[in-house]
Design a protein around this ligand. Structure first.
Ligand code: COA
Length: 158
């Protein structure tokens, strides 16, 4: 898998410790990993803000490139020459949604294989909506996001 180009796509609104965990695991497996934030997604942070936060979070991973995308993910995969789509599978609650996306992407691009990675123990219950909601209500999201992302969240709701 050392020659393989992989994509890890999501909303990353914002990037959590869970996303960093999956990106780090992917970087250890594949030659090149493109972490792509979906620009069209309805989000708290703009696409530019999500990109900047993600770049800072993943700066230490040499074979990871961060970007945004719009339109179909398979079109970007074709343009990049990617053959693997990485997704984190946090638990059974992710299963239906993940399989639906995996089958849709396989129909659209059979040569793109979806690979599910098991996250670290401490990250299985993290979600973007959890960190946004807790911060909005005045709680501290530091267990789930880096200090820089926590600061960006607090600034959003100040
Ligand atoms: N750790 C922590 N949280 C995680 C996580 C992990 N390992 N994996 C996912 N999550 C969370 C996210 O934070 C997000 O939480 P929220 O909904 O509470 O904000 C949630 O799980 C959904 O994950 P995410 O990957 O961001 O969104 P998605 O499942 O809706 O998929 C795309 C987003 C961009 C991958 C998908 O919509 C897409 O490919 N769109 C492009 C259009 C396209 O090609 N469509 C056809 C194929 S489906």
């Amino acid at each position: 898998m050392r020659e393989t180009i992989a994509i890890f796509a999501g909303k990353f609104d914002p990037m959590t410790r869970g996303h960093v965990d999956i990106a780090t695991r992917a970087a250890a497996l594949f030659a090149e990993v493109h972490v792509l934030a979906h620009a069209g997604a309805k989000s708290l942070f703009s696409a530019e803000e999500r990109l900047a936060l993600a770049e800072a979070e993943l700066a230490g991973l040499e074979n990871v490139k961060v970007g945004t995308f719009g339109g179909l993910l398979v079109d970007r995969a074709k343009a990049l020459g990617a053959t693997v789509l990485v997704r984190g599978m946090r638990g059974s609650h992710d299963w239906d949604h993940e399989m639906q996306m995996a089958f849709a992407n396989r129909d659209l691009m059979p040569e793109l294989e979806t690979v599910f990675l098991a996250p670290s123990d401490g990250t299985t219950m993290i979600s973007g909506s959890l960190v946004r909601e807790v911060t909005r209500l005045g709680g501290d999201p530091s267990s789930w996001v880096s200090p820089a992302v926590a600061e960006a969240l607090r600034a959003k709701f100040a």
